[in-house]
Write a protein that binds this ligand. Structure first.
Ligand code: HEC
Length: 278
């Protein structure tokens, strides 16, 4: 990985020229650190040092190719797809998801919208590996998500709350966040409701401190411990597992409701795209 990290810098520079990364993620994080004294934001000195050479840049570069190449039975590129800001417009798209889409009548998150684009626009079957493989830096999903994500780096979280369904989903997510269940009787607040809480060596982010919470929800992120780029939906699944509750299914309304609420909690704070986590 070290070798990769050394190589990533020129790649990142080359990519910056085409992919419009707004503000490098390590700078976004550094500015947040200077405006707070959050133990969560500063917990990994190693990550702060490595961030500028994040292997996620490779993932994003592969994503750029995938995004712009005509693919699937319909042989069209993803430039034909609308991620909320018009066909092919990616700048600022990530920080305004989840949002309501007229064409499906649903509130959708980034992952669900990519699935929609692959199946409805490009014509892939739902069980095609391009659509079905959601995890790992090698998956099309993580490549495309990382590419789309970095074009919102430094932009403020601002998922729209205009449509009644957007409001209903945010509100449902708030209920889910507070809902205690399972043999440990945990809810999300049990671990994310106060600053400076720890599970072993991990300092946990507080949902009520937007400067911390923006880092918490900045996915895709390179997870050093997994040696892979991970998604929002992967994190949701992980925290339900940590609560010893039944697995949350990716793409369900419940998962998107939770993500709508957690995005609303970081509103106005800059996204760190792609982030690097322990
Ligand atoms: C038992 C404690 C616990 C509970 C309860 C819990 N989490 Fe977490 N959460 C963690 C830990 C620990 C991490 C840090 C990542 C790791 O080391 O796995 C984390 C990380 C996160 C992150 C990403 C922060 C980061 O820097 O990686 C988010 C977002 C998150 N949790 C959301 C939730 C949500 C939503 C719920 C409720 C569905 C929840 N968590 C419930 C322990 C918990």
């Amino acid at each position: 990985m070290f070798k990769k990290a050394l190589l990533a810098l020129p790649v990142a520079l080359a990519l910056g020229a085409t992919a419009h990364a707004e503000k490098p993620p390590e700078e976004v994080l550094q500015d947040l650190i200077e405006s707070t004294d959050s133990p969560y934001l500063t917990q990994s000195e190693q990550n702060l040092m490595m961030m500028a050479d994040s292997p996620a840049m490779w993932t994003a570069m592969d994503g750029e190719d995938l995004f712009n190449t005509p693919r699937g039975p319909n042989n069209v590129s993803m430039e034909a797809c609308d991620f909320g800001k018009g066909a092919g417009v990616l700048e600022g798209a990530r920080v305004e998801l989840p949002r309501y889409f007229e064409d499906t009548g649903k509130v959708m998150d980034l992952e669900t919208r990519i699935v929609h684009c692959m199946t409805e626009v490009q014509g892939f079957a739902p069980d095609d590996p391009a659509v079905a493989r959601r995890h790992g830096s090698g998956s099309d999903h993580m490549k495309i998500q990382t590419y789309i994500g970095m074009q919102s780096s430094g932009m403020e979280w601002n998922n729209p709350l205009d449509h009644p369904l957007e409001i209903a989903m945010r509100d449902a997510g708030e209920v889910l966040f507070a809902r205690r269940a399972g043999k440990a009787d945990f809810n999300c607040y049990a671990c994310h409701g106060q600053s400076g809480k720890q599970v072993r060596a991990s300092v946990l982010p507080n949902v009520k401190v937007p400067e911390e919470w923006t880092k918490a929800i900045s996915w895709p992120a390179f997870r050093v411990g997994h040696d892979n780029v991970r998604s929002t939906q992967h994190r949701v699944r992980g925290c339900y597992f940590q609560m010893r509750q039944a697995g949350m299914k990716a793409g369900t309304d419940a998962s998107i409701a939770l993500i709508s609420y957690w995005t609303d909690q970081a509103r106005g704070q800059p996204a760190i795209m792609p982030d690097m986590k322990r």
